[in-house]
Every structure is written in C-alpha cells, then in structure tokens.
Ligand binder design. Structure first.
Ligand SMILES: [Zn+2]
Length: 459
C-alpha cells in the first residue's frame, strides 16, 4: 500500500499543471518557436527509480468496488493526503503501450482492459515513441484512469467504471492568435521566409497555395517580396503550439503583385484561396506537382537513358532529392497505387471525366494513399525515389487527357471557380476584415491581438 508514497511528487506536479492552465493566458503573447514540440510541456517528472522500480505488490486482490469509487472521489477533491496518484508516462523506444503501462505500475489485467477500451478511439498499434500518457492509480494500485493526447486539441480518456473501462474523447479548448511576416527575397523564398521567423510548415503551405499561380523554379527573382498573415493555435495553457491557416499571402514577383485570401464561399463546406477579383487560385491541375524540383526531361522524342534508343517520352521528369513530397496535381480519386513494372511505385489519379495524372518511381506512398481514396489538390501522395527502371531518383509525371498523354507544361489549364454576385459581395467583406486585422498586426511588432476561435476579441 505504501509503495506509492514516493509518487506524491506526481500529485503535486498535476496540481501545478492545473494552476498552469489558469496562468497560461498571460504567457500567450510571449510564446516562441522553441515550444513547438506538441508534447513538451515540462510536466513529467522523471527519476532514475522510474525505470528500475519493482512491480507493485498485489496487496488487495479483487478490491471491492466501494473502495474504488471512494478513491476516485478523493482524487477529484485533489486532497494531497490521499494515496491516489497519477503518473506521467512517456512511451520509450521499442515499447508498446502494454509495456509502457506495465513498466509504470499497472497490473497486466488492468492494462489489457484499459488498452482494449482505448483502442475504440485510438490506434494503439501506431503509438509513437515519446507519446505521453497520464495514468491514475487508486491506493491499491488499480489503474482507474488513462489519458492520452490524440492530437493537438483532442484528449482521450479511459475511465474505470463498474462495468469495466470506458473510453471517451474530449475536445480541448484552444486560443488562436495571428502573426504577420514579410520580407524581400534575395536567395530563395524559403530562406527569406525562414529569416523572418516563419515556421517551415507555414512556408510549405505558402508555396502550396501559390503553386497554381507561380512556377517557383523559374519565376522567383532577387528583390521579389513576400507577405504572410497566418494563424497560430495555442493550447489553453499556452504551452503547446500548432500553426494554423494562412489567412492572407502576397507575392510581388518582378514588380507584379499576386494576393490570395482564404475564404469559405457561401454554400461551400471548405475554405479556398481567392484572388482579389474572386477568382479561385485552384486550377484543374497544378503546373508542377512537386516543389523545389528541377525539370530534367521534357515531353517529346528523346534517347531513352536506360534502353538507349529513341522513343517518345510521354511525360516530364522532375529531378529532386529522394523523399521530396509529391502532391496530387488536382482533386480526384486514386485509381491505382501499387508497383507497376518499369514505373516502380506508381500512383494514378482520376481527376474528372477528362483528366488523369500518373506519378512514377516513388520511394514510398503518401499516408493513406490507396486505390479508391479521394485526394485533395496539393495532398501528398508519395515521395520521390528511384524505383522501377531508372538511372537516378526523379519523379516521372504524366497527364492524360481523354485517355491520351499530353504535355503537362503546355496544357491549357482550365481555371477554378470565380465568385460572383452575393458570393463575391461576401468575399469583399471578408477581405476588408482580413485587411483590417493585418493593419492591426502591422501596428504591433510581431504578435497581435489574441482572439478566440470564434473571432471574439478577448483581449
Ligand atoms: Zn520520365
């Protein structure tokens, strides 16, 4: 029974964590990039004994339910005199969830049943090294509660009830702030944006939203400018950070400005990026389905690099480092995602009745990319590789129009939707609001007004 006394620090740690929630708000404005690890919240207290602690003695077998309920009540009252304790667990390399729980004092039967309940809402087989869990034990060592962060704003709890372990998912409150950054490009957009403190994930997003308008390989010049206004989402205690959506972005290329606003058109379920005149930035297909690649082989007749004789090259090749993400050139359905002879790892997407695109020689497939799956334009479908009959790593890309390969580079691309009438009027109001927020952001230094997800100013 007293074997758990040494874990009192965890109860205190938990109390400190709870207090942290209330003072977290004051930290919001000073949160910096160093806190980007979603699980780095400094709550877990680790000692050498954690690893070498003997398994708890089975003091009380078949504990009466009365007693279990009492211990839960005591925990809720946060009475630090109780022997109930909670423990922060971090999954170590080579550990499954079962091992992690057993190593941290859970009994095998409890751990098994709790994991079974958890697996209704969480893929326990895919648990990552470093994943954090909170386990709560009653005085007799029974695992009464398990908490696991599913993603940035969802917590899964497993609770012991009289009928057994039950799992539930809880949405965690968040705060959204906005950030503004701008700069002049003197080498690459990526480096220029990085120097202005833009996180990598936002830069990638920036490139993605402009990829229908800009050929980043050929159209970026020294002296070009960029501007980005984007959201950053913070956990309620301000300790965890996730970058949100780009609300506005502007590129000035060779003196010509291209601006994009994020907007959900009336009657639509999801946001898109629009030019000031209401034209969607999306096209039926992207100019190039890959970023930072060099065009290494054009469409047309050429001497085949492996076979040695002249034959028609019915696609274009992009040379890029192995592992460079490849994007779906347009919305569509995966028609094939498997090995295809000399093409190696191969994906074919059917975009509509007219267009299909194919991607070959990939090192691996994107997450969840399988036959029959619907993909969005810009979604990662695979990574550059050198599978199949190749001389080196590259993406081989083909566009089919009405069943025949066409040259993707000269293809006249139909444009996406254009907002008109009431939709356009609403869009103009939304643009004005965004411009207003940007003006405010510029008048501050870097971080601006804090506002809740519903855009209510909370100051
Ligand atoms: Zn090729």
């Amino acid at each position: 029974m007293h074997i758990f006394k040494e874990y009192k620090p965890f109860i205190y740690g938990f109390t400190i964590f709870v207090c942290g929630l209330s003072i977290g708000l004051s930290n919001l404005l000073f949160t910096d990039n160093k806190r980007s690890d979603p699980f780095d919240d400094d709550v877990s207290i680790k000692t050498a004994e954690d690893n070498n602690r003997p398994a708890p003695e089975p003091v009380i077998q078949n504990a009466p339910e009365e007693e279990l309920r009492m211990s839960e009540t005591l925990l809720l009252s946060e009475d630090s005199n109780t022997e109930v304790f909670n423990k922060e667990i971090r999954v170590k390399r080579g550990q499954g969830l079962m091992d992690a729980l057993l190593d941290n004092g859970a009994e095998r039967g409890d751990a098994f049943n709790a994991i079974e309940a958890l697996s209704d809402l969480y893929n326990v087989r895919k648990i990552q090294v470093g994943q954090k869990l909170t386990a709560v034990y009653s005085p007799d060592g029974t695992l009464t509660r398990l908490e696991i962060q599913k993603d940035f704003d969802h917590l899964i709890t497993v609770e012991q009830e009289t009928s057994g372990y039950k799992s539930a998912v809880k949405e965690l409150p968040t705060q959204t702030i906005t950030r503004h950054a701008s700069g002049i490009i003197d080498d690459s957009l990526f480096l220029a944006a990085q120097r202005q403190g833009l996180p990598q994930i936002v830069i990638v997003d920036l490139i993605r939203i402009f990829s229908y308008d800009v050929d980043f390989q050929r159209e970026i010049r020294k002296g070009d400018q960029f501007e980005v206004f984007y959201e950053r989402i913070l956990s309620e205690d301000g300790r965890r950070v996730q970058e949100g959506n780009i609300l506005f972005a502007k590129l000035v290329l060779s003196g010509k400005a291209v601006s994009l606003y994020r907007h959900v058109p009336e009657g639509k379920d999801f946001a898109d990026y629009f030019h000031e005149d209401g034209q969607s930035s999306k096209r039926a297909l992207m100019k190039t389905p890959i970023e930072g690649a060099r065009l290494s082989s054009y469409y047309g007749n050429r001497k085949h690099p492996v076979l040695g004789y002249n034959r028609m090259h019915k696609g274009v090749d992009f040379s890029a480092p192995t592992g460079t993400p490849i994007m779906a050139a347009g919305d569509g359905v995966i028609e094939r995602s498997s090995w295809y002879g000399s093409f190696g790892n191969y994906v074919r997407i059917r975009h509509n009745g007219t267009y299909k695109t194919i991607y070959a020689h990939m090192s691996k497939y994107g997450r969840g990319i399988k036959k029959g799956v619907r993909v969005r334009q810009g979604q990662i479908i695979g990574y550059v590789g050198a599978t199949g009959r190749v001389t080196g790593r590259h993406l081989h890309y083909e566009v089919y129009m009405n069943g025949k390969q066409v040259n993707p580079l000269t293809l006249k691309i139909p444009s996406g939707i254009k907002l008109k009438n009431a939709q356009f009027e609403n869009y103009k109001i939304a643009m004005t609001e965004t411009n207003h927020l940007i003006a405010e952001a510029k008048s501050h230094i870097l971080l601006t007004k804090t506002y809740a997800r519903n855009l209510e100013v909370i100051d």
